[in-house]
Design a protein around this ligand. Sequence first.
Ligand code: SF4
Length: 228
Amino acid sequence: MKILGMEKSSFIDYPNKVATVCFTPGCNFRCGYCHNSYMVKEEGEEISQEEVFAFLRKRKKFIDAVCISGGEPTLQKGLYAFILKIKQEGFYVKLDTNGTSPDTIALLLQNKLLDYIAMDIKAPFDRYEFVARTKVDIEAIKKSITIIKNSTIDYEFRTTVCKELHSKEDILEIAAYLKGSKAYFIQNFRDGETVLIGKNQFHPQDIKVLEEIEKEIRGYFESFKIRK
Ligand code: SF4
C-alpha cells in the first residue's frame, strides 16, 4: 500500500466531517482533465503508514474520517489491511474510486469497512474509453454502480464536466442511467497547472447549460448539486 501524499485536514472531502485525505499513486485511467497528474504519474515522496497513523492518533480529537483518494486506490494491494486498521482506530472511511474494481468495493462493503463512497462516472458508456483515454471494462463499471446503489452506506456518483468532452445530452444520458441513486454531483472543470494533458486544453461547461441540465433532472436523485 503506497501513500504518496496526505492532506492533513480537509473540510470538503467528506460531507459534514473533518477528514485526512491519503492519496495513492497510479491509475488505470488517463482522463485528460485529471487534476492529480502527479499521482497518476506516480511522482512525489512516499509517506509511510506509520507516519499516517502517528498523525491520526495525535489529532484524533479533531479528525473524524480518512478519505482514500488517488490515483485509483483500488489498485493498491494493501488497501484492505490499511482500511481495516483505520477502522480499528475508530475513524470513518471514505473511498474515492473510478469503479474499475467492483470486487474490491464489494469486499470492503461486505466487511463494513466503508462509510462513504464517491465514484466517478466519466461519460456515457459508449464514450467512456474516449474520456478515460484507455480501454475500459464497461461491465465492471456497471457492476460497481449497482453494488454502490444497493449498499446501505452513503455514497455519491459524480462527473467532472468539460465543454470539450461532455455535451448536455451526455450528462442527461448519465443522469438517466443513475436515476434513483442517492446522490449525483456535477463538478465543473477547473483549469490548472496540474491538469494531466496540460493547461488551456479544456474549459468548464457553460453555467447556463448546467442549469438547464439541473432543471431537466430535478427529482432524479435524493441529492443533486452542481459544484461550480
Ligand atoms: S481523474 Fe481519476 S480516474 Fe481519471 S486519471 Fe485522474 S485519478 Fe485516474
